[in-house]
Every structure is written in C-alpha cells, then in structure tokens.
Write a protein that binds this ligand. Structure first.
Ligand SMILES: [Zn+2]
Length: 135
C-alpha cells in the first residue's frame, strides 16, 4: 500500500467516519455515495461512536502476508450501535471470551507493517467494552 492511498483512508480508519443520508437519516459505514435505504445521493459525514456488539465471529489461523504475528486471531462482524455491520479484528480479548452479543468498543491499533516500504498501518479494531462501573 502506498502512502497517498494510506493518507486518503486515514479519516475512515482512525475515526470510524461514515455518512448519514440527508433524506432519510440512514447511517452507513463505510461511506457510500448513494443511500442503501432510499436511493438519495445526498450525504453528510457521520462519525460513529465506536460502540457495538459482536454479531458473528471467526478465528483466522492462516493470515494474509503482514498479519502473521497476530495469528490465530479473532475477526468479527460488529453491529454498531447506529446500525451498520463492520468487519474488524478483535483485540485484547481471551479466546474463550469471544461470543456473539459481546459488547465491544473501537480502538486504534497497529494493523500490519508493510515490509516493502516500512509503512506501519494503523486502523480500527474492537475490544471488549469496559462496563461503566469498572472504569
Ligand atoms: Zn436515505
């Protein structure tokens, strides 16, 4: 991955920035040009809160190049509190604790190191949400 491409995706990766339809208020992530709900083409930026719960999950035992150090690792479809499903790696979680319905929150973590040009790519992952009483 080259630097300009990384730069363009930065807001989306770091901030979980999606869009909200100005016609029907439907919220989408990743951002889309046309509303998947009503077909309108008028969007405004929407920053998701980063909270959600595990909708489905799996474990990766044979990761793609650049991700070997993390294997095996859990990946999940996370249902964001605002509605969209997001695929992401889970982090800071014991294998036995991964479960459907687990409350999670977004964190920014190192995703991989590009050995070709030394670029370290950061992105979002999800970790178990800490209950308010334990903060
Ligand atoms: Zn819409």
């Amino acid at each position: 991955m080259n630097a300009p491409h990384t730069w363009r995706q930065q807001a989306q990766r770091y901030l979980l920035e999606g869009v909200q339809c100005t016609a029907c208020d439907h919220r989408m992530f990743p951002p889309r040009a046309v509303c998947t709900e009503c077909g309108a083409a008028s969007m405004r930026p929407h920053r998701f809160c980063g909270g959600g719960e595990v909708y489905s999950y799996s474990f990766v035992y044979h990761p793609p190049a650049g991700h070997e150090e993390f294997a095996p690792y859990p990946v999940a479809l996370v249902r964001l509190d605002e509605g969209p499903l997001v695929a992401a790696q889970l982090t800071d979680v014991a294998t036995d604790d991964v479960a459907i319905g687990l409350r999670v929150e977004m964190v920014t973590r190192r995703v991989r190191e590009d050995s070709a040009d030394g670029v370290i790519v950061y992105g979002y992952k999800f970790r178990p949400a800490i209950p308010p009483a334990r903060r």
